[in-house]
Design a protein around this ligand. Structure first.
Ligand SMILES: [Zn+2]
Length: 468
């Protein structure tokens, strides 16, 4: 459980502040599913971890979808007759419907109204709207801003381009001892929205930084992609290689104040589902587990029936269920350092369980071994046994080569870390051995080095463009 241990040795408030500060750096950028804002965001993540960037040309077919034209925007506003910008993209990038086609016109208010989006129920908030797959334009503004508009003519400018270009996404591949992979995916396409977008990006980046440099059982693939079309494009380009993915998580909405919510994989009983349930149950914090549904984030694509990957989704507030969702109120005040840090810790706990969830074999299966003579039992008879001894008995009894440590943790009701500690102690005492050849104990250093070098489809530095 060394990843979690390493994290817990650091100051969690400092970790939280650093996550929030990175979100604040990314917040002003006008991202979309394509374009310079997305590239700039990936560039900033690439300063922390060595990303491999891929660019897919407009018009490329990816399954049933087509890579759209690339969208970029410099400026947009609605000006009154006195020349005042009454709606100004420079003040908030949510003011423009994302993917708006260029416009330069003078329009009376009664004609402009059908292009304006507001939220009467939250009259000070600006909604976030998109029009990716239908060429259109519009503005989003607070309802109070709209009520203040006069029945007169306005100058409307959207200085954008929608042209043939590319869709950009980034990967960070971290080779482990096995070519079996854990996928961590998050969307990077929302403009100034903090929880739904940036919280996932900063937690995933920190997780990648934390895992780097460790001797890992699994290989890890972190994806920073535009939502939906990015996941579809990545899957289309890696159709056969996805069979290496054993476990996966979509990370999003990890900074707000609600309890953690985990949406299960389509399979419903995958190791990642059981691991997440175990970690949350022992976290001491409230949580909720949701069944799979075919709506939500990119788990929809990873869990489409043709792939049916074991990818779940970890979030706090669930998409669409909180008033701040897809509005200007999903800002940097809505996400908090302490919550970001707790989300990172939960992810780390989950990966630590997956990394250590081996099966073992009891080398002394005929009746209990005498623990006392090995200093593994209490010295004085009569009193109740403690948790540690109880864990040793559970591990010995169920280490029949068929039960994993997670199976034993679930069955005993004890935390995985306690079961894992018991297994390590029993191994050192010669009473237990790990099953299979993936064992860290059985591995020799030379073998590990040669396997690492040959592993993975995308070794570092082989991307289309290397950022960093
Ligand atoms: Zn969203």
């Amino acid at each position: 459980m060394r990843l979690l241990k390493e994290l817990d040795e650091r100051d969690s408030m400092e970790i939280g502040r650093s996550l929030h500060s990175f979100a604040a750096d990314l917040y002003p950028i006008c991202r979309s599913i394509t374009g310079e804002g997305l590239r700039q965001t990936l560039g900033m993540i690439g300063q922390r971890i060595a990303l491999q960037i891929s660019e897919i040309p407009t018009g490329t077919l990816v399954f049933d979808w087509t890579i759209p034209k690339e969208w970029n925007i410099r400026d947009a506003y609605i000006k009154d007759e006195a020349g005042n910008r009454v709606v100004d993209f420079q003040r908030c990038n949510l003011h423009v419907v994302n993917y708006s086609t260029p416009v330069r016109a003078k329009i009376p208010l009664h004609e402009l109204r059908s292009r304006l989006f507001t939220m009467p129920e939250h009259p000070d908030w600006i909604p976030y709207r998109t029009s990716y797959y239908k060429e259109d334009w519009g503005f989003c503004l607070s309802h109070n801003q709209m009520l203040a508009l006069q029945n007169t003519e306005y100058e409307v400018v959207i200085d954008s381009t929608l042209e043939d270009g590319h869709l950009t996404y980034a990967e960070y591949y971290l080779p482990g001892r096995s070519e079996h992979e854990i996928l961590i995916s998050c969307h990077a396409c929302h403009p100034s929205l903090a929880n739904d977008n940036l919280s996932g990006l900063v937690v995933a980046t920190a997780l990648a930084e934390l895992m780097s440099g460790h001797d890992l059982r699994y290989s890890y693939r972190f994806l920073f992609i535009p939502g939906t079309i990015g996941a579809i494009a990545w899957l289309a380009r890696n159709h056969n290689a996805v069979e290496n993915i054993c476990h996966g998580l979509v990370l999003t909405g990890l900074g707000d104040g609600r309890a953690l919510h985990y949406k299960k994989t389509r399979r419903g009983d995958a190791e990642i589902d059981r691991t997440m349930a175990h970690v949350l149950r022992h976290s001491g914090s409230p949580y909720e587990i949701l069944e799979f549904s075919p709506y939500g984030y990119d788990e929809r694509q990873y869990c489409s029936p043709g792939f049916n990957l074991a990818v779940g989704c970890l979030m706090r507030s669930v998409w669409g269920t909180f008033p701040e969702y897809h509005t200007s109120a999903d800002n940097l005040d809505f996400i908090r350092p302490v919550q970001l840090a707790e989300s990172l810790r939960t992810c780390t706990s989950v990966l630590d369980v997956l990394e250590n969830n081996y099966q073992y074999r009891n080398l002394n299966p005929y009746c209990e071994p005498q623990l006392g003579k090995r200093d593994l039992y209490r010295a004085t008879g009569g009193e109740a046994i403690g948790v540690d001894i109880n864990a040793r008995l559970w591990v010995l009894n169920f280490s029949d080569g068929e039960h994993s440590l997670l199976d034993i943790a679930e069955r005993s009701g004890l935390p995985f870390s306690t079961i894992k500690d018991a297994a390590e102690l029993l191994c050192r005492s010669g009473l237990l051995s790990v099953v299979g050849d993936e064992s860290a104990a059985n591995r020799n250093a030379d073998n590990s080095t040669s396997r690492r070098a040959g592993v993975g489809r995308l070794p570092p530095g082989q991307g289309v463009i290397a950022l960093g």
